[in-house]
Ligand binder design. Structure first.
Ligand code: KIV
Ligand code: ZN
Length: 514
């Protein structure tokens, strides 16, 4: 491997996923993993198998499907974690066990209640155990950003001697400033005697907004792996954003002198997918993937752009896979046209279900007239989340709000193939009345702990996307609904969440029978 290649280690499905309000389903995680594989990430960390049976199952499913990226799983420096990581990963074409233990005095004393000597011993034992399973073992010293440099060097040297092939120096709490973090990496590169036997990796959090700068400074000081997530999602303020470091390396290649193997044209697509499935909107001014990232507003800027794009554009939108909108899909368009538009946006048929998408497209085209590419994208990834196997399906919904009177709603659904309806009077508004009617039908009290409405597209005919998080029996479930009418998208979101509850009950029943 050439020394100017930067290994991109994506942790969207581990560090990113652990920050979500409601966890992703196995199907959603696999969908993201396949998109990351197409993006060309070298390593994808996809979970923490010992943490739950759901996490174990998703790591195993992804390990089974991914062929062109290395699949990694996290484990504490504890035997049962390492064994679980191996059990989940062993079906993969290529895999890595990632084991970690905290190294800062604060974590060692307050959290682990051990001495630093014990911690080094545990790190060595963990790496050795993982090496019995694979020759690709990564070791991380958690909170390295606040660990004294002598201790970092000591634990890194011991981990490499024990067999670690990648050593990761995380700035777990996003505390470091670029010079400071660059200097830590410089010291590691120069003071650890066996450092040439391992790749030095960086994992930065964004608490002070330094994650991208810190990662790039680390690269300038010799790090050769960057850990990052799509859209920068992750614990608290998130992790280094993959799209930012990759595009910085591409755009400033002459200055940095390194490269990645990422297929940058996939960036926009995977960013949209992660945002939708994770219920994590992207701020419009977010670097690279925000909706304004390539928009030019002021007259002076627009004038400059018309004369020469380089005046205000340092990279072209096409590099990240952005295509110009086409406005010509209507109810008269056939399946081939819909498929063609999806293909132009870079989606292959395995990414979505054409029959379902076409059906949803026709319904929308009847209401809206013209259907835009962003509508198609939203339909493909939101409506598709409602599966044929769902027990509960929305049939009819009407709601009424007369000023000064309580709202009312009538809802008819199919529950296990049977038509059932309910009317609710006295809601705080049409959405509340609709939710009461749905809960009456299913005989379930769920608590709506989060409700978010976003317009997809522009104008009065825009689709409204509702994302909700519901709490039921101490667990959280995400529901998403899309429609031109807000009450309908709200109802669809609740029905989506209730179907997720039903699915989890089915899994629990199956497990209980085993
Ligand atoms: O932030 C961190 O330190 C981590 C480790 C587990 C690598 O996520
Ligand atoms: Zn982290």
């Amino acid at each position: 491997m050439s020394n100017n290649n930067i290994i991109i280690f994506d942790t969207t499905l581990r560090d990113g996923e652990q920050s979500l309000k409601a966890s992703l389903t196995v199907k959603e995680k696999l969908q993201i993993a396949l998109a990351l594989e197409r993006l060309g990430v070298d390593v994808m960390e996809v979970g923490f198998p010992v943490s739950s049976s759901g996490d174990f199952e998703s790591v195993q499913t992804i390990a089974r499907h991914i062929k062109n990226s290395r699949v990694a799983a996290l484990s504490r420096a504890v035997a049962k974690d390492i064994d679980a990581a191996y059990e989940a990963l062993k079906v993969a074409e290529a895999f890595r066990i990632h084991t970690f233990i905290a190294s800062s005095a604060l974590h060692v004393e307050a959290k682990l209640k051990r001495s630093f000597d014990d911690v080094v011993e545990m790190a060595v034992a963990a790496v050795k155990r993982a090496r019995n399973y694979t020759d690709d073992v990564e070791f991380s010293c958690e909170d390295a950003g606040r660990t004294g440099i002598d201790n970092i060097c000591r634990i890194v040297e011991a981990a490499i001697n024990a067999g670690a092939t990648t050593v990761n120096i995380p700035d777990t709490v996003g505390f470091c400033l670029p010079n400071e973090y660059g200097n830590i990496i410089h010291q590691v590169m120069n003071r650890v005697p066996n450092i040439d036997k391992a790749i030095v990796s960086v994992h930065c959090h964004n608490d002070l907004g330094m994650a991208t700068a810190n990662s790039l400074t680390a690269v300038q000081n010799g790090a050769r792996q960057i850990e990052c997530t799509i859209n920068g999602i992750g614990e608290r303020a998130g992790n280094t954003a993959l799209e930012e470091v990759v595009m910085a390396i591409k755009t400033r290649q002459e200055f940095l002198g390194v490269d990645t193997r990422i297929n940058t044209q996939e960036i926009h697509r995977v960013s949209q997918m992660v945002s939708q499935l994770c219920n994590m909107p992207i701020q419009p001014n977010k670097a690279i993937v925000g909706s304004n990232a390539f928009a030019h507003s002021s007259g002076i800027h627009q004038d400059g752009m018309l004369k020469n794009k380089n005046t205000y554009e340092i990279m072209s939108p096409e590099t990240i896979g952005l295509k110009k909108e086409k406005l010509n899909l209507t109810a008269r368009s056939g399946r081939a046209a819909v498929k063609g538009h999806m293909a132009d946006m870079g989606y292959t048929e395995s990414d979505y279900d054409l029959d379902k998408l076409y059906e949803a497209f026709l319904q929308l085209a009847d209401k809206k007239g013209q259907v835009f590419d962003y509508d198609l994208e939203a339909l493909a990834f939101i409506d598709m989340q409602q599966g044929d196997e769902d027990r509960l399906k929305l049939d009819v919904i009407t709601s009424q709000l007369i000023s000064g009177l309580p709202a009312s709603a009538f809802v008819q659904v199919e529950l296990d193939g049977k038509r059932v309806s309910a009317t609710s009077q006295g809601g705080n508004g049409p959405v509340d009345a609709t939710y009461n009617a749905i809960m009456q039908i299913v005989g379930m009290e769920v608590k709506i702990s989060h409700y978010n409405l976003t317009a997809k597209g522009e104008g009065a005919e825009a689709l409204g996307q509702v994302d909700i998080v519901v709490e039921y029996e101490d667990r959280k479930f995400h529901g998403v609904g899309l429609a031109t009418d807000i009450v309908e998208s709200s109802a669809r979101a609740l029905i989506h969440a209730i179907n997720a509850i039903y699915r989890s009950q089915k899994v629990a029943d199956l497990k209980a029978k085993k």
